[in-house]
Ligand binder design. Sequence first.
Ligand SMILES: [Zn+2]
Length: 95
Amino acid sequence: MATIIRPKNIMEDLVENKLGELMRSADMCCCERCRADTKALALNKLPPRYVVSVGGEVYSRFQELSTQNQVNITAAIMAAIRVVRQHPHHDAKYA
Ligand SMILES: [Zn+2]
């Protein structure tokens, strides 16, 4: 089987890792739509961080993230949560 080598934005994984916990503690709707909206908003506020992933292997790069990056990611998710909590799109028929 060929090894898949591709650029990957690890910011997506980092946001995904924190998203569920922060949304649950925010006392907001956690449906799939609200989750996707929150993730998209947070990612738009964060700089993409591409690494080359070889067969899904990017974990060593996770350790390199500074505390400041972690703080920025949490802040971006919290800001996105405030927006989605006030204006949930889960009843909208359009994207
Ligand atoms: Zn919802």
